[in-house]
Write a protein that binds this ligand. Structure first.
Ligand SMILES: C[S@@+](CC[C@H](N)C(=O)[O-])C[C@H]1O[C@@H](n2cnc3c(N)ncnc32)[C@H](O)[C@@H]1O
Length: 323
C-alpha cells in the first residue's frame, strides 16, 4: 500500500515537472497546441454526405432528380454531382382527377373566373386580329400519332406562343371524341427580340400582347372548353402543378431551346407525367446540334435509363416502355 502511494507521488512529481517545463517554453507550448488540434480534427465525425436522390418515377409525388441507377444502360454519378438535381418541391400524394383539372386551374390561377369571360377588354380589342397563328412544326404527324395512342385526358404543353400546336391538338382530340383538357404553360413574352419578326403583334407600354392574341385565337377556333392558358414561367408553373397534383397523360416541351431551359423543363415535367404517359418535344434536330435540346434530352434519358424515340423533328419518351 505504502509502495503504491510512493509510486503515485513519484508520477505526479514527474508530470508537474514536465508541465512546468512546457509552459515555460513557448515553442513546446505551440507544438502541444497544434498536436491537440490535429488529434481533435482527426477524431471528429466526418461531415454528413447526403444519400443520392431516388430514381424519378412518373406521376405526382415522384422522387425528384436523377439517380444512380443500376442497369448497364445508365451512368453512375458521384453523390456530389447528383446533389445538383435535388429539388425541395413536395408534390401532392394524390393526383387531381382529369375531370377536375380545368376547374382546379381556374380556381387556383384565375380566382374562379375563366380567362375567356368578358374577352376582349375594350382597351385591347381593336389591337387584336381575329386570328393570328404562327408555329414551328406545330402540325407534325407526332401529335396525331401520340394522341391516337395515349388518348390523353390531360395534355400539358410547355411553350404555346400563339397556340398553333395547342389548337392542332384540340382539333385532334375533338375528332377522336376525347374529352381532353390542354393546359398551355407560357409566360407569353416570346423571347428578347422576337418582335423583329412579329412586328404585327402589338405592344402596349412595352407589354407585348401575345397572351391576348392567344386567347383570341382559342376563341376564334371555338376551343375555349378544352384549352386553358397557364400564363407563368415554365419553372414556376410546373412546380405548382406538381404541388397541386395536376398531372398530364401527354406533355409537350417546346419553350426555351437552350440546354439549361430544356433540361429544367424536362426534369420538372417528368415529375407530373402520369405513369404510362408520354413526354415529347420539338427541335431535337437543330443548328444547336448537340448543345441545346438534344443534349438535354439525351442526358436525361441516359441518367434515367430511358429510351428516346424520334418522330420527325420531335423526340418522344414513353414512360410505359421504360417502366
Ligand atoms: C417555340 S414557341 C412555342 C411554339 C408552339 N409550341 C407552337 O408550336 O405553336 C416557344 C414559346 O415558349 C415560351 N417560353 C420560352 N421560355 C419560357 C419560359 N421559361 N417559361 C414560359 N414560357 C417560355 C415563349 O414565350 C414562346 O411562346
Amino acid at each position: 500500500m505504502r509502495a503504491k502511494e510512493d509510486h503515485h507521488r513519484f508520477h505526479h512529481k514527474v508530470n508537474m515537472y514536465i508541465t512546468k517545463k512546457l509552459f515555460n517554453n513557448p515553442t513546446a507550448y505551440i507544438i502541444l497546441l497544434l498536436l491537440s488540434y490535429a488529434l481533435g480534427y482527426l477524431s471528429s465525425p466526418k461531415p454528413h454526405t447526403p444519400p443520392p436522390p431516388s430514381r424519378p418515377r412518373a406521376g405526382a409525388g415522384a422522387g425528384a432528380g436523377a439517380a444512380t441507377a443500376t442497369s448497364n444502360s445508365t451512368i453512375q454519378l458521384p453523390p456530389s454531382l447528383l446533389d445538383n438535381f435535388r429539388v425541395t418541391t413536395r408534390c401532392a400524394a394524390d393526383s387531381v382527377p382529369p375531370q377536375l383539372v380545368r376547374q382546379t386551374i381556374i380556381d387556383r390561377i384565375f380566382n374562379g373566373t375563366s380567362p375567356y369571360v368578358n374577352f376582349p377588354p375594350p382597351h385591347i380589342s381593336h389591337l387584336l386580329r381575329r386570328r393570328r397563328i404562327k408555329g414551328w412544326g406545330s402540325y407534325g404527324a407526332v401529335f396525331g400519332n401520340l394522341i391516337d395512342k395515349v388518348r390523353p385526358r390531360v395534355i400539358i404543353e410547355v411553350g404555346s406562343f400563339l397556340g398553333a400546336s395547342a389548337l392542332h391538338m384540340a382539333n385532334l382530340t375533338r375528332q377522336l371524341g376525347l374529352d381532353s383538357q390542354i393546359l398551355c404553360i407560357d409566360d407569353f413574352r416570346g423571347w428578347p427580340g422576337f418582335r423583329d419578326k412579329f412586328k404585327d403583334i402589338p405592344m402596349v407600354n412595352g407589354n407585348v400582347l401575345l397572351y391576348f392574341q392567344f386567347l383570341q385565337n382559342v376563341i376564334y377556333q371555338n376551343a375555349i372548353d378544352s384549352v386553358l392558358p397557364v400564363p407563368f414561367s415554365s419553372g414556376s408553373a410546373l412546380t405548382k402543378l406538381c404541388e397541386w397534383g395536376v398531372v398530364g397523360d401527354l406533355i409537350e416541351i417546346d419553350a426555351g431551346h437552350d440546354f439549361n431551359s430544356a433540361w429544367a423543363d424536362i426534369n420538372r415535367a417528368w415529375r407530373i407525367l402520369r405513369p404510362g404517359g408520354v413526354i415529347f418535344g420539338h427541335d431535337y434536330f437543330t443548328a444547336a446540334d448537340n448543345r441545346g435540346v438534344r443534349r438535354a434530352v439525351n442526358l436525361f434519358a441516359k441518367i434515367n435509363g430511358l429510351k428516346v424515340q424520334i418522330d420527325g423533328q420531335h423526340w418522344v419518351i414513353h414512360s410505359a416502355v421504360n417502366a
